[in-house]
Design a binder for this molecule. Structure first.
Ligand code: PLP
Length: 391
């Protein structure tokens, strides 16, 4: 049995500290937006190398409030990707704006910056790249385009705590960065949680107002807001876990390195992080023909595998009214068909990776389709990652 992730193993590693932290909150009698939240905000801003952090109740709320703080609203368009969890799109719709999808790069699986300018219209207000699986999107060209067109950049860093792009941390490159602390994320609460980080004091101020009913003082509502507050118990848990995140991230990275080596002879696509990137492997995905059979094989062997994500947002029934169709985003749609996520979590014993790969090897029937073979081979001149690595 190898689970997809093991939150109980993580808890048992730090049980005394967690139990003491939770007990401290319970006996303090202060449960929402208190000293634990304030301490966490200061420490998480530091972790992200940003000036401000405002904690909220979910990653979705973080995205929603980041969009509102940046002035995004009805009539606006936000350029984003469809290869993501639906929350990215949902948050844009909550703000009243319209999501406009661009395809992802076939090598890095994140927003293809080369497609952004063609998607810009007079209504475009923001760009919302997603750091899929823990690899930061190609931020330099995204920021350059944003500056040229006067657009705000909001990073969806829900899967990318501690990831880096040319030495800069996830959340610190765009105008605002959004994180989730859902239990299964790389930094997970014991319940729901999220945060917005930014260097701009006016954005931090607006997020702080919006998350707590727009109150400037008790019962003095300056703007119409929401109840998106973070609670003390979640912050207390996160304050404990923040001391371990670097170690846990390194454990993920060394498991990924092991998978890379073990899989090198397989006809699979793998993550190809650019040389300058720190990938934090929230997900370790491979690409293969016959993905559904491989998923079944692994699951039958008691191995927790998954797909992130099997149906892209633009093809979800819930978002049909956005008007997209199959074929609109070919790379995204191909990834949805051939992605397979292998188990990876800090407490996973390294031999676990051997067992996963050996199980896949038992049915070494996976042959790459011509499309996969071409796409997994980095194309010179096409891929920023590989062309720049050489320079
Ligand atoms: C998890 C996730 C979210 C949403 O976070 P919640 O805390 O579950 O609301 C948003 N975007 C991405 C890419 C995510 O993985």
């Amino acid at each position: 049995m190898i689970p997809f992730l093991d939150l109980k193993a993580q808890y048992s590693e730090i049980k005394p500290e967690i139990d003491a932290a939770v007990a401290r909150v319970v006996s303090s009698g202060q449960f929402v937006l208190g000293p634990e939240v304030a301490a966490f905000e200061e420490r998480f801003a530091h972790f992200c190398n940003t000036v401000h952090c405002r904690a909220v109740n979910t990653g979705t709320s973080a995205l929603h409030l980041a969009l509102l703080a940046a002035g995004v609203g009805p009539g606006d368009e936000v350029i984003t990707v469809s290869m993501t969890f639906v929350a990215t799109t949902a948050a844009i719709l909550y703000s009243g704006a319209r999501p406009v999808f661009v395809d992802v790069d076939p090598v890095t699986w994140t927003m293809d910056a080369g497609l952004i300018e063609a998607a810009i219209t007079p209504r475009t207000k923001a760009i919302l790249p997603v750091h899929l699986h823990g690899l930061m999107a190609d931020m330099d060209p995204i920021m350059a385009i944003a500056h040229r067109h006067g657009l705000v950049v909001i990073e969806d860093a829900a899967q990318a705590h501690g990831a880096e792009y040319r030495g800069r941390r996830a959340g610190s490159v765009g105008d605002l960065g959004c994180f989730s602390f859902y239990p299964g994320k790389n930094l997970g609460a014991f319940g729901e949680g999220g945060a917005v980080v930014t260097d701009r004091p006016e954005f931090a101020r607006r997020v702080a107002l919006l998350r707590d009913w727009g109150q400037e003082a008790k019962y003095d509502h300056a703007i119409a807001g929401y109840n998106y507050r973070m609670d003390e118990i979640q912050s207390a848990v996160l304050n404990v876990k923040l001391d371990y995140i670097e170690r846990w991230t390194e454990a993920r990275r060394s498991l990924a390195e092991r998978y890379d080596a073990l899989l090198s002879d397989f006809p699979f696509g793998r993550p190809y992080p650019p040389g300058h990137a720190r990938h934090v492997y929230h997900v370790y995905a491979v690409r293969m023909a016959g993905r559904d059979d491989a998923l079944k094989l692994l699951r039958d062997a008691g191995i927790g595998a998954g797909i992130h994500y099997p149906v892209p947002v633009h093809l979800q029934r819930a978002y049909a009214e956005l008007g997209y169709r199959g074929g609109d985003l070919p790379v995204t749609e191909m990834l949805a068909k051939d992605f397979l996520s292998l188990p990876i979590y800090p407490e996973m014993p390294p031999e676990g990776a051997n067992k996963v790969v050996a199980t896949l090897g038992r049915a070494a029937a996976w042959q790459p389709s011509a499309a996969v073979r071409n796409l997994e081979r980095p194309r010179s001149g096409m891929s920023w990652s590989h062309s720049r690595r050489a320079s």
